[in-house]
Design a protein around this ligand. Structure first.
Ligand code: HEC
Ligand code: HEC
Length: 362
């Protein structure tokens, strides 16, 4: 029975992924949409939880350890340092604009409309926070300030499952603001200079980045093979190899032990054509989120543009672009206009625990 339900989950994931691929893509980048403000009580509480290391198994990390607002809501490293004793095999992406992701994670394995499930995975996954939802709720209940904040939202006690949605509401409240591109799209012709406008024309024309990078965050949410080379450490550091193989084993990938490089979406869909495919990355806030790609192997935007100019890496679906030096520079200057002001949320600090003596009575 257990085995069967796992299989069904796998099928649902695969169906979701091919469903995303069938959608017709918008043909241009779009400005960041105005969003209705979320639930204020949840966002405030979610902010506290985001910075609180007590929501990880051994108190070793908070969400902010790997998604630091000062580092573009990532960790600034090529490959993420996982939960203590782990080294992860992929880069920790920004959480900015989570609300606008069609699919979450580098291999696109989760639906972008379900932030609660994404947060659950981050919290309970051994590689990231290694936390149990029952332990989570008991810990949070022993913090009087958290009980008071919860009471502003709901009448029941703090509940592990609902905590996922609370943190989800918080991450969905942070997004790129004040990007020159958005001002330009809303009618301010002066928001981009001539070089940046040339870069935009290249993006939509000769370089054809727009075929995959479109919509408000510059991602079609689909899977593509660009042939990004493997980060050498994934193949030489046993701790990184371990997290990669364990991830594949969890997803039930056939012959996972033979994998020596990140197979991307294949581990999710088990379709051979998906080997080496990754979800199109968003292009918002690149100014603050280097290094780039699923394994951070490209250090700068010049490296990224050089990579695309050559037609990507081995097995890629791309063609060489033959851009001149001036065109490469214009493209880079344009990409930077999609970045906004740094979105900095300060760590509110950790209110102390105190045994709840009247448990069940108030
Ligand atoms: C130990 C480091 C670590 C911690 C702690 C961590 N994350 Fe992550 N996060 C990652 C990595 C690595 C990925 C990418 C994983 C992958 O794609 O395989 C990721 C992916 C994400 C994404 C998906 C972004 C995208 O581009 O699809 C979001 C959103 C996110 N994390 C939010 C959170 C939240 C909220 C928390 C706290 C509950 C958290 N993370 C805790 C490392 C971490
Ligand atoms: C065929 C689809 C496709 C095309 C065309 C394409 N990209 Fe990408 N792009 C992707 C995918 C998929 C990723 C993630 C690859 C990975 O991590 O291995 C990506 C990642 C990126 C990233 C990294 C973002 C980050 O945060 O790590 C940048 C920057 C980027 N692309 C810029 C461009 C530019 C500029 C062009 C045009 C010259 C372009 N892309 C053309 C699919 C595409």
């Amino acid at each position: 029975m257990r085995k069967l339900s796992k299989h069904l989950v796998g099928l649902a994931l695969a169906a979701g992924l091919s469903g995303a691929m069938a959608q017709s893509a918008p043909s241009d980048l779009a400005p960041m949409p105005e969003v209705k403000p979320g639930n204020a009580a949840m966002i405030e509480m979610g902010k506290y939880f985001f910075f609180d290391n007590r929501i990880s198994g051994d108190w070793g990390v908070s969400c902010a350890t790997c998604h630091d607002p000062q580092k573009g809501w990532g960790d600034g490293k090529a490959l993420s340092t996982g939960y203590p004793s782990m080294e992860y095999f992929r880069n920790a992406p920004t959480v900015l604009n989570a609300k606008h992701q069609k699919r979450f994670l580098w291999d696109g394995r989760l639906d972008g409309s379900d932030a609660g499930t994404l947060v659950r995975d981050m919290l309970t996954e051994t590689h990231t926070m290694n936390m149990d939802s029952r332990l989570l709720q008991e810990r949070l209940k022993q913090v009087p300030e958290y009980r008071a904040m919860w009471a502003k939202w709901r009448k029941d006690d703090i509940n592990g499952m609902r905590v996922y949605n609370v943190i989800g509401e918080f991450i969905q409240s942070i997004q790129t603001t004040n990007a020159p591109f958005d001002k330009f799209k809303k009618g301010d012709e002066t928001a981009l200079n001539t070089e940046q406008k040339d870069g935009y024309a290249l993006f939509k024309g000769k370089a054809n980045c727009v075929s995959c990078h479109n919509g408000p965050i510059g991602s079609d949410g689909n899977l593509h093979k660009t042939g990004v080379p493997e980060h050498p450490e994934v193949l030489t550091n046993p701790l990184r190899t371990i997290t990669m193989l364990r991830h594949y084993a969890t997803l039930g990938m056939p012959n996972y032990m033979n994998a020596r490089t990140d197979v991307g979406a294949y581990a999710v869909t088990k379709e051979k054509r998906d080997i080496g495919k990754f979800r199109t990355a968003q292009l918002r806030d690149l100014k603050h989120t280097a290094p780039y790609m699923h394994n951070g192997v490209l250090a700068t935007l010049d490296d990224v543009i050089g990579f695309y100019d050559k037609g990507g890496g081995s097995g890629s679906e791309l063609k060489p672009l033959n851009l001149s030096a001036a065109e490469k520079k214009a493209l880079k200057e344009f990409l930077l206009t999609l970045s906004g002001d740094p979105v900095i949320v300060k760590d509110p600090g950790q209110p102390d625990m105190q045994v709840w003596t009247t448990y069940g009575k108030n």
